[in-house]
Write a protein that binds this ligand. Structure first.
Ligand code: HEM
Length: 329
């Protein structure tokens, strides 16, 4: 896998009224008046058609994205309050770049693929070390997929790669941004909090230092120390560990993002011995519930899902900004 993934050259605009009659798109984002006006604006015939290469699907939907880029500024200038429906800070999410990424991700990211994509975020950003400011959210995971701790992450990378190729045709996005927004969308698609992500991260040109992710065998004090080196408090460690509510470790429905991780941790089902319940949780999950400071947060999140969602959102934003280098800074 290479860092550059654009398959086709960027292409000039071409008329595609079919895009604006795409009912899924229209219903989701645009009132009919906006669609009509935007259609009128983009209906100007394009002088040159770009030759379609071997993958019609990408080119065809790439044109759709291009139309999105044309239509979005019109949409937002006509109706500034329209982003309220997204339920998050409009200022963060209303850029055309953000909506483009979100729109393409929606097509590739099913609930079943969400856990793997969310795990990618930790494995890219979790290499951050405050001491020397190395590692972090920089897309270096693309060079690190053969590391033992990254086993199983090629599949979710393929999911994001598919989306990235399509987005790159219109407005190139870094791997770091792609993974950060991918994880946020993974959480949202499974019913978790909506998390606004700032865009503009730069990608690293090589792998991050090895041995920075916590081994699953760490006890609570080891986990706390490890997270502290990345700038995270115990509260943030516990909130972020709640990501394990997704996936196959037995914390409730594997495709529903809720607070069952904490409820089940408090029950310690692995102590009951037999059957599937003895398989629930990683050693690192089980370790949290043996630590008094962690238990305080686990108990709060177990009774108050809103609190978990808020804390997870804040800690997630901190995670995806860890060690990031930004385009315009
Ligand atoms: C606290 C330290 C952590 C350790 C030791 C750890 C370790 C692991 C391990 C060993 C797995 C199982 C992988 C497999 O099934 O092969 C896993 C799964 C997962 N991890 Fe973590 N993790 C940690 C924190 C995090 C954080 C902070 C996040 C995201 C914010 C995260 C997200 C996930 C997700 C979503 C899965 C399920 C993946 C799937 O089923 O496909 N983890 N983690």
């Amino acid at each position: 896998m290479t860092a550059t993934t654009t398959l086709f050259p960027p292409f000039a605009s071409s008329p595609n009224l079919q895009f604006f009659s795409d009912s899924k798109f229209n219903k989701r984002r645009f009132p009919p008046s906006v669609v009509a006006s935007a259609s009128a604006v983009i209906a100007t015939p394009a002088p040159d058609e770009i030759p379609i290469k071997d993958d019609f699907k990408y080119v065809s939907s790439g044109r759709r994205r291009l139309m999105l880029m044309v239509a979005l500024p019109i949409f937002f200038s006509m109706n500034e309050s329209s982003t309220e429906g997204f339920g998050v800070k409009a200022a963060e999410l209303s850029t055309k770049e953000y909506l483009l990424i979100q729109d393409v991700l929606k097509e590739v990211l099913s609930k079943g693929k969400a856990a793997g994509v969310l795990r990618l975020v930790f494995h890219d950003a979790g290499t951050f070390d405050m001491e020397d400011n190395s590692g972090g959210m920089n897309g270096s995971i693309i060079y690190e997929l053969e590391r033992p701790e990254n086993g199983g992450l090629k599949k979710p990378m393929k999911v994001l790669e598919k989306a990235k190729k399509e987005i790159d045709l219109v407005d190139p996005v870094s791997w770091a941004d792609m993974i950060a927004v991918g994880g946020a969308e993974a959480v949202a698609v499974c019913g978790g909090p909506k998390i606004p992500i700032k865009l503009g991260r730069l990608d690293s040109v090589g792998p991050d230092p090895e041995g920075k992710l916590p081994p699953e065998s760490l006890d609570a004090s080891g986990l706390k120390q490890c997270f502290q080196k990345k700038g995270f408090s115990t509260r943030e460690l516990v909130a972020l560990s709640g990501a394990h509510t997704l996936g196959s470790k037995g914390f409730g429905n594997p495709t529903v993002f809720d607070n069952s991780y904490f409820k089940i941790l408090l029950e310690k089902p692995w102590l009951s011995g037999a059957g599937m319940s003895s398989m629930i949780g990683l050693p690192s999950d089980r370790a949290l519930v043996e630590d008094d400071e962690c238990i305080r947060w686990i108990t709060k999140y177990a009774v108050d899902q809103n609190m978990f969602f808020n804390d997870f959102k804040d800690a997630y934003i901190k995670l995806v900004n860890s060690g990031a280098r930004w385009k315009n800074s």
